[in-house]
Design a protein around this ligand. Structure first.
Ligand code: ADP
Length: 190
């Protein structure tokens, strides 16, 4: 049977994590968030975590090599899963190509890229609000938030064209209540 492999896409603060929670329950998927995986490495003070920490605190992207390796391990460790939600990955063309290679080798390609669309000022508002409770220092500093959004515009946003070329890009309005947005996503997944 075909697996349901979803790339949940969008700028920082678009609601990828929030929406993932519902989708993993509804479809029984394994959630792979590179941000969460990196924060776990930092918490455990692993060599990888120590390397990533400084880069993340500036709002820059961690090297492709590191995140691709983390994702490869998790995909291989979850061979029997009904599918994956990729949250915050891929963020560069090299990451997208590596992901395609890994999944195509298993004949389990990406089903769709669901892209949450949220205007810039709303993203900044949401991230600063999250910073009040998330414990994430990168959500508290407006300059770091601006860097993250700039990195997204420059390196990540072009992936819309990458998935469009495969007929897999689906844009979704990411403004509204959490439940409304969930409904829009479920409708597109079908
Ligand atoms: P958000 O989407 O709100 O920025 P994430 O938890 O996805 O939060 O990412 C936090 C930080 O982790 C990013 O700013 C970046 O430094 C790093 N990171 C996460 N995923 C990747 C990735 N796929 N490639 C490179 N860096 C990443």
């Amino acid at each position: 049977m075909n697996k349901l492999n979803i790339v949940l896409f969008g700028p920082p603060g678009a609601g990828k994590g929030t929406q993932s929670e519902f989708l993993i329950k509804k479809f029984g998927l394994v959630h792979l968030s590179t941000g969460d995986l990196l924060r776990a490495e930092i918490k455990d003070e692993t060599p990888l975590g120590l390397q990533a920490q400084e880069i993340m605190s500036r709002g820059e992207l961690v090297s492709d090599h590191i995140v691709i390796g983390m994702i490869r391990n998790r995909i291989d460790a979850n061979n029997t899963a009904p599918g994956f939600i990729f949250d915050g990955f891929p963020r560069t063309k090299a990451q997208a190509e590596a992901l395609d290679e890994m999944l195509n080798a298993k004949s389990q390609p990406i089903t769709a890229m669901l892209a949450l669309e949220v205007p810039g000022p709303e993203l900044v508002r949401r991230l600063l609000k999250r910073g009040e409770t998330s414990g994430r220092s990168d959500d508290r500093d407006e300059q770091v938030i601006a860097n993250r959004i700039a990195e997204y515009e420059q390196k990540t946003s072009p992936l819309k064209d990458y998935y469009s070329a495969q007929g897999k890009y689906k844009g979704i309005n990411g403004v509204g209540s959490v439940a409304d947005i969930t409904e829009r996503l479920v409708e597109v997944i079908g």
